[in-house]
Design a protein around this ligand. Structure first.
Ligand SMILES: [Zn+2]
Ligand SMILES: [Zn+2]
Length: 651
């Protein structure tokens, strides 16, 4: 009997095999097949590929005792079409490692039971839970909104508990960076066992045990980063996407997809409810709530009723005399009050390193990366200049075109290390630490640092965006935003929205256990629109204005964007191939194709990058037609084509 088998490689169609002695095989059965000179794990697929080519049909070698359910096949088919990714590559994410199919299948997951701590829901939390329950157990999307510290987690924990009692599985998606020990501890306290945590750094053995026990339904609760969306749940009953607005749900390398959106589709295929939790939603989610596509429930107040921090603007253009000093006198006097009370202060600056530019004062050379078209950032603790795209490092010695001696580089702009050294001079007896990815490479060190912060052993923290995430710092009552200037940052149509979300989250970090907390914004432009939206804290007004702008400019969610990035070692080749792809796509009806243009970051890792941007109406599923065209055109082997559906990043 002929059967279609999908192989986890770069094919969009299943291959035909003979089922031989295994007879009739159901779609989803996992098998071992000969492939070229190798053996490969494959899955019996739902549809046969029609082909006129004649070729020898080989027999299936082995049938595994486990299989995927129909929903997984549906999800893979849909995911592949939506994101324009070959089906085989999506299957590969589901199959994981070959060792998952080894014989020792019955390993029990390590579920050590601990003592549960009793949590009591307050009236608001009870109301939210009641709302959620009233939306039913079939597919529906609910936004659970509440300011940081209002206790959203406990509301969805309660819902998860109910699913566990009914023997159903739950997936909680979190941005990778939130999968902290603090979060796991809350889980443990609540449920009395450790959650199965799935992310990129777990060991191979743990990965296998977890995968197998998720497939046989023994593991009831998985907390994971976006890749956990590709786990073979047997009996999924609920999905929770926490921090749903977080842009790290968008996978921007390799296979590109938005994990939040794909989670919603997975829930619809499984016909189960999905909860989106956040303090400020993404604009799309906000609009879907407004249009009644999503349900909505809200926690109005912070958990113990502490108010949000007060705000203060420090106008740098009035006071800044020394070009290379970034901390204002007024800022420092406000900060000192908190330090005198032995409370923590955070200086927030979303720039790693010491200085983002280095310019020679004699010849004017700006140090830039030889592999990418961007400037190098100086890192003082390494004493090297570094590229934040490819990791290239160099010492800063260079022969000067003007003096023939070494260039004399001057640093421009602040980075966290620069703020650290300014603070060290002003507060020499305070304990000051930097919290950025460069300083948190080792797990143990970062745990120690977080513990020290929690126990108030650190007086001043200097941190990047990392700090705005999920951590709980009980003594932090004052935050300084060093550089609150929002114009011209990044290549992202969502930058306003993202800033609103980021600063909302950041201010939620302060004053969780105090009535007197403060957030200081240092800026050269106190009239800036984004800054004032943040200060006003009128999210609704901001969203309405932003939606109006998007509609005027025909941007998502009023249209669908699909980016094509054509990269090549050869600059001309990248451009010519982009033109060719544009010509092939031009017969599509109801779309504009913009470009080809050079990417804002034109060169990355020695590859030149040209972009096309396709815009279509949001109510037509244009991917189907694009997929047909892409299959027909011969794309040069010398280029790499990346398709990005619903792109967030335009660099
Ligand atoms: Zn580089
Ligand atoms: Zn020079």
């Amino acid at each position: 009997m002929k059967v279609p088998v999908l192989i986890p490689r770069i094919f969009d169609h299943p291959h035909t095999y003979s089922s031989g002695k295994f007879g009739k095989l159901k779609p989803g059965s996992i098998v071992l097949v000969p492939f070229g000179k190798e053996k490969e794990i494959g899955v019996i697929w739902d549809k046969q590929e029609e082909t006129k080519k004649k070729f020898e049909i080989k027999s299936i070698l082995e049938k595994k005792s486990i299989s995927f359910n129909e929903n997984i096949i549906k999800f893979i088919n849909w995911f592949s079409l939506y994101n324009l990714v070959p089906k085989g590559m999506v299957l590969k994410m589901f199959l994981g490692d070959r060792s998952f199919f080894s014989k020792n299948f019955d390993l029990s997951p390590d579920i050590a039971t601990k003592k549960k701590i009793k949590f009591h829901l307050n009236a608001q939390q009870k109301k939210c839970l009641k709302d959620i329950n009233s939306f039913g157990n079939k597919f529906n999307v609910t936004l659970l909104q509440g300011v940081t510290g209002s206790g959203k987690t406990i509301v969805y924990f309660e819902k998860i508990r109910e699913k566990i009692l009914k023997n159903k599985q739950t997936l909680v998606l979190l941005p990778e960076i939130f999968l902290t020990s603090q979060f796991n501890k809350r889980f443990e306290d609540y449920f009395g066992f450790k959650p199965a945590v799935w992310h990129s750094k777990i060991t191979k053995k743990n990965r296998r045990t977890m995968w197998q026990n998720i497939m046989n339904g023994k593991i009831k609760l998985v907390v994971g980063a976006r890749s956990s969306l590709f786990l073979p749940f047997k009996n999924l009953g609920l999905i929770v996407v926490d921090e749903e607005h977080d842009s790290s749900y968008k996978q921007d390398e390799g296979i590109r997809y938005n994990a939040r959106d794909m989670a919603i589709y997975r829930a619809s295929i499984e016909n189960i409810p999905i909860l989106l939790s956040t303090s400020i939603p993404s604009l799309e989610t906000y609009r879907n709530v407004k249009n009644k596509k999503y349900n909505f429930t809200k926690l109005e107040k912070r958990y113990k009723n502490f108010s949000l921090p007060n705000t203060e603007i420090v106008n740098l253009s009035l006071s800044k005399k020394n070009k290379n000093i970034w901390l204002d006198i007024k800022t420092l006097s406000l900060v000192k009050k908190y330090l005198d009370k032995k409370e923590q202060v955070l200086f927030f600056l979303n720039r790693r390193g010491y200085a983002p530019f280095m310019i020679c004062k004699n010849c004017g050379t700006k140090l830039s990366c030889p592999n990418c078209s961007i400037f190098l950032t100086f890192h003082k603790h390494l004493n090297k200049a570094m590229c934040h795209h490819c990791g290239y490092k160099t010492n800063t010695k260079q022969i000067c075109k003007k003096t023939n001696l070494n260039c004399e580089f001057q640093m421009y702009g602040p980075g966290v290390e620069k703020i650290f050294s300014e603070l060290k001079q002003i507060f020499p007896d305070k304990i000051i630490k930097i919290l950025s990815s460069d300083f948190l490479n080792k797990k143990k060190e970062s745990l120690n640092l977080l513990n020290d912060i929690e126990r108030n052993k650190i007086n001043i923290l200097v941190g990047t965006q990392l700090i705005s995430k999920g951590f709980n710092f009980p003594n932090l009552n004052c935050i300084v935003v060093v550089d609150a200037d929002f114009s011209g940052m990044g290549f992202d149509l969502r930058s306003n929205e993202k800033n609103i979300q980021l600063y909302n989250q950041l201010s939620g970090r302060a004053g969780r256990f105090s009535k007197d907390s403060l957030i200081i914004y240092q800026t050269f432009d106190p009239s800036d629109k984004t800054l004032n939206s943040i200060l006003e804290n009128k999210q609704e007004k901001f969203f309405e204005e932003e939606i109006y702008l998007r509609e005027q400019k025909n941007l998502p969610p009023f249209s669908r964007l699909i980016a094509f990035i054509i990269s090549s070692k050869n600059e001309r080749e990248s451009y010519l191939e982009a033109q060719k792809i544009k010509r092939s796509l031009s017969p599509l009806k109801g779309v504009d194709i913009m470009g080809p243009v050079s990417s804002p970051i034109f060169k990355i890792k020695n590859k030149y990058r040209t972009r096309l941007l396709l815009r279509s109406k949001s109510n037509i599923f244009i991917q189907k037609d694009i997929s047909k065209i892409l299959k027909k055109i011969n794309i040069s082997k010398k280029i790499k084509l990346t398709v990005d559906v619903d792109p967030l990043n335009f660099s």
